[in-house]
Design a protein around this ligand. Structure first.
Ligand SMILES: *Cc1c(COP(=O)(O)O)cnc(C)c1O
Length: 412
């Protein structure tokens, strides 16, 4: 094929056939082999020494996983990607690979609950974390210290849907030479490319919208190529014999994936890869449904508040409009005080009570009682999470059926 730059969908659909596809296959085959043999033992040594491409042991890479990594790299328009067993494995392993005792990171205070929990563990290990309201770059700037290495944010926060000041923080990180690590899970590369906001590293929980079918866990970390790793103090000498563009991603693969060992199974990579074929179609539909539900709930007298960036009264609506293709498939609502949130959830017939997000099916969860229970009332209040808040991860059902379900559950 000619090297013309293809659109998003053509890129996803034909990614597996690049290079020399085995037997002309359309999908990259599932390779279960853990180990690889070489006719010339020098080749094996070359793989270990990062002097030639190849596979050595399944914990570091595998042809099926590598095909998925290349697909994610293309979607994020990055330099390279490391695939992990889960999204959390990607975030945790990467940060442990890049940070040392005495380092400091600045993080959005509005975070996926388990990332918040992980960052609290980092504090116990001697890595300082400052949580700030990242909807305003000024808060990031005033949190930066001499030992700050990295800024971590999510594109749209969950469950209150704050939209981070992504571009201004990218400019700040560039000016202060900090690694800018963006969790793109809520938007995916179909709605937003963090590289356009100067992200250094992008993580996606592939478990969510990219896989989309709730049948496999996986995570990715992509180096966008924008950060100059020769200026980063924590790169180990052993990786400095490589092309400098590879220093960061190699340290993430070796010190992160290899040493912590959270490798994805090739069968799961196949599921994620097949799911990603329809990412844009699914997300277009889910975002349209989310907008319709948000507008319906906003107009309903029994719903007190609706949090969705697609509503004109959302505090960052204008920002979301300029940054994202659509406003996302996740919204939260607060019901009227007279309604018990569990009764409401039990009345829903089509919408399922479930913790997942980014699925084809619409899922609802009372966040304070479940996914944000462990963090405690005080931290929940600081994140704007009310006890009656229900998070909705909107799927691709028929719009009229979803609206009818909300209507009947709120009636009476
Ligand atoms: C789910 C999620 C993760 C973690 O992904 P897993 O694959 O479940 O480990 C990280 N960040 C965000 C924003 C998420 O929604």
């Amino acid at each position: 094929m000619t090297d013309r730059k293809k659109g998003f969908n053509s890129t996803v659909l034909h990614s597996d056939r690049e290079g020399k596809p085995e037997h002309g296959v359309l999908h990259k085959p599932i390779h279960p082999s853990v180990a690889y043999a070489y006719e010339d033992a020098r080749e094996l040594a070359g793989v270990f020494q990062n002097k030639r491409k190849g596979f050595a042991y399944g914990r570091q890479n595998n042809p099926t996983i590598e095909a998925l990594a290349q697909k994610v790299t293309k979607l994020e328009q990055g330099l390279g990607t490391v695939i992990f067993a889960t999204g959390m494995a990607g975030i945790g392993s990467t940060l442990l690979a890049l940070l040392r005792q005495g380092d400091h990171i600045v993080s959005s205070a509005f975070l996926f609950g388990n990332t918040n929990s992980l960052f609290n563990t980092f504090r116990e290990l001697g890595i300082e974390v400052t949580f700030i309201d990242a909807t305003d770059v000024a808060n990031v700037e005033s949190a930066i210290q001499d030992n700050t290495r990295l800024v971590f944010v999510e594109t749209i926060a969950n469950p209150v849907t704050q939209v981070v000041d992504l571009v201004a923080i990218g400019d700040l990180c560039e000016a202060r030479n900090l690694v800018y690590f963006v969790d793109n899970t809520m938007t995916s590369p179909w709605l937003f490319l963090p590289k356009t906001a100067k992200a250094s590293l992008v993580t996606n929980s592939l478990t969510k919208t990219i896989g989309g079918h709730g049948n496999a866990l996986a995570g990715s970390v992509t180096d966008t190529g924008l950060f100059d790793w020769t200026t980063y103090p924590n790169i180990y000498d052993t990786y400095k014999n490589l092309d400098p563009s590879q220093w960061g991603i190699t340290q993430i693969r070796k010190k992160g994936l290899r040493d912590f060992g959270a490798a994805l199974a090739p069968e799961a990579a196949h599921h994620i890869s097949v799911g990603s074929d329809t990412l844009s179609l699914r997300l277009d539909k889910a975002c349209a449904n989310a907008q319709a539900i948000a507008e319906f709930c906003q107009a309903h007298p029994k719903v007190r508040r609706v949090f969705y960036p697609g509503l004109p009264n959302h505090p960052q609506h204008e920002r979301a409009k300029t940054l994202f293709r659509h406003f996302g498939a996740l919204l939260s609502i607060e019901l009227d005080n007279a309604i018990d949130c569990f009764d409401f959830l039990n009345k829903l017939e089509l919408v399922l009570s479930s913790s997942h997000l980014g699925d084809n099916r619409t899922l609802a969860i009372p966040v304070a009682h479940t996914i944000y229970y462990e963090m405690g009332a005080e931290r929940r209040a600081s994140m704007g999470i009310a006890d009656s808040m229900i998070r909705l991860s909107v799927g691709i059902e028929d719009t009229k059926d979803l609206l009818a379900d909300f209507e009947q559950a709120l009636a009476g």
